[in-house]
Every structure is written in C-alpha cells, then in structure tokens.
Write a protein that binds this ligand. Structure first.
Ligand SMILES: NC(=O)c1ccc[n+]([C@@H]2O[C@H](COP(=O)([O-])OP(=O)(O)OC[C@H]3O[C@@H](n4cnc5c(N)ncnc54)[C@H](O)[C@@H]3O)[C@@H](O)[C@H]2O)c1
Length: 247
C-alpha cells in the first residue's frame, strides 16, 4: 500500500496504460481521479474501483482545454484535499488515432494539431495547473508518458515523435522548477506495448513488445517514495529498441 493517503490524477484513464495505472494506484491505496474524453470508460472504471473498496472519481475531460483541466484540479482538491501524483498518460500517434494512414506529407492540419495538443500541450497545461497545489504541499510527482519515438524518431511518427521528444525536455525543466518545492518529474518512454494486438508486430532486440504491466509497475515505482532521488530523467522501457540493430 505505497500510496495510502495519496491522491493520483491519471489522464488517459479510459483504456490501456492509463486505465491500468489508475487501477494499480487505487490497488495500493491511492484516491484516484480518472481523466479521459471517454466518459463511459472512466465512469465504469471508477465504479469498479469503488466496488473494490477504493476511492475514485471520474472527470470526463478533453486535455486540450486548459479551462477543463483547471476544473479537474479544483474538483480534485475539493474532493480529496491534495494532489500527490499527476500521471500524464493520454496520448497516441495521430496517424492511428486520426485515421491518417499516409506519410507526414499527407497529414491533415487537424491530425497534426491533435498530435501536438494531446501528446504535448495537454501535459504542459496539466503540469501548470497542478503546480500551485503541489508547491503548497511541498511535494508531488509528475509522470510524463513519452515514447521511444521521442528518443530515436520514426518515419511514421514525425508529429508523435516531436511531441514525445518535447516531453523529455518538459520533464527536465519541470524537475528543475519543481525541485526547490519537493516536486519531482520523470518521463517514461516505452517501445511497443501490448495495449493493442498490433504492437506485437513491432520488433525489439529482446524479441517482443512489453506487457502493459511491465510499464505500469515502473510508473508506480517512479511515483513512489522508493524513487525519491529520481527526477528530470527519461526512462526507456523498449527492449533495447533505441539501440538499433533489430532490422
Ligand atoms: N501502446 C504502446 O505501444 C505505446 C508505446 C509508447 C508510448 N505509448 C504512450 O502511452 C500512452 C498510453 O498508450 P495506450 O496504448 O494505453 O493508449 P490508449 O489509446 O489505449 O489510451 C489513450 C487514452 O487517451 C484518451 N484520450 C485521447 N485523447 C484525449 C484527450 N484529448 N483528452 C483526454 N483523454 C484523451 C483516450 O480516450 C484513451 O482512453 C500514450 O501517451 C501513448 O503515446 C504507448
């Protein structure tokens, strides 16, 4: 129960890594605020957490809106009194999410904007919005979900890679800005993760994609007191994919 009495706000909590992280934070005692555009998914997940004896609040939110994010922060503080963890997990490659299968040269403006706004601007907005609360508490952890694409790039990830790369820089500066106030920031950059069957087809030197649990267990470790000296860093979980040599 590493997160007893802690409050975790998790974006992208409607599916995949965000959902599993929210469930695991709750399983270790945290009060969890689930944030996603998919209202039904987070309502269901929050209800399941409550049925298991945990505390959870679903707040349907589009993280592209700063106003909506400030409302999440206000509601969280009104409901639970504090914010110990912000896990910026919502994201995705706009080629897939916005159904733009062609190359970068064919990508629509709408898809480019979605890719930057959800993967990069949303985490900036959310980090900004929680900072005053965390500074007042003199503690807090911000987890940014990057990608190996933000470290090595990818021909099918021009916008996605740029946004995820930006998260690594955001994390470093947040760590410096937050350090005098007891706030840590870390970035986790997975290679392929089996939140979708298709990810099994993406190669790594270790010969497989990561399981979602292999990523979320590390997110929870970084969020915990065990990681009290880890801040400003980016952590690959990619089976050595960023080292190259797998083709
Ligand atoms: N799965 C992988 O292979 C992989 C690899 C590297 C990095 N990542 C990153 O991990 C994170 C989670 O990936 P996943 O596979 O669990 O994805 P997922 O698609 O299962 O979950 C993403 C969630 O974000 C939500 N979302 C989308 N737009 C939003 C918005 N505007 N506001 C609020 N919520 C929004 C979606 O509704 C969805 O529930 C993403 O940031 C992704 O880029 C995933």
């Amino acid at each position: 129960m590493r997160f007893n009495e802690k409050v975790a706000v998790v974006t992208g909590a409607g599916s995949g890594l965000g959902l599993l992280s929210a469930q695991q934070y709750a399983g270790e005692g945290a009060k969890v605020v689930l944030v996603d555009v998919n209202a039904q998914a987070i309502e269901t997940a929050a209800e399941e957490i409550r049925q298991s004896g945990g505390e959870a609040l679903a707040v349907p939110t589009d993280i592209r809106s700063y106003e909506a994010i400030t409302q999440v922060v206000t509601r969280t503080v009104e409901s639970y009194g504090r914010i110990d963890i912000l896990a910026n997990i919502a994201g995705g490659n706009p080629h897939r999410v916005c159904n733009c299968p062609g190359g970068f040269e064919e990508m629509s403006l709408e898809a480019m904007d979605w890719g930057i706004d959800v993967n990069f601007t949303g985490p900036i907005y959310f980090s900004r919005a929680v900072m005053p609360t965390m500074m007042q508490q003199k503690s807090g952890v911000i987890i940014n979900l990057g990608s190996v694409g933000g470290v090595v790039g990818g021909s099918g990830a021009v916008i996605y890679g740029a946004a995820k790369s930006g998260l690594i820089g955001l994390t470093k500066s947040l760590a410096l800005a937050g350090a005098p106030h007891g706030i840590r920031a870390v970035c986790v950059s997975p290679g392929p993760v089996l939140t979708r069957e298709a990810m099994a087809g993406i190669k790594t030197p270790l010969g497989r994609a990561a399981t979602p649990e292999e990523v979320t267990k590390f997110i929870l470790y970084l969020s915990s007191e065990d990681a009290a000296m880890i801040s400003g860093s980016n952590h690959l979980i990619d089976g050595a994919r960023a080292c190259g040599g797998y083709r």
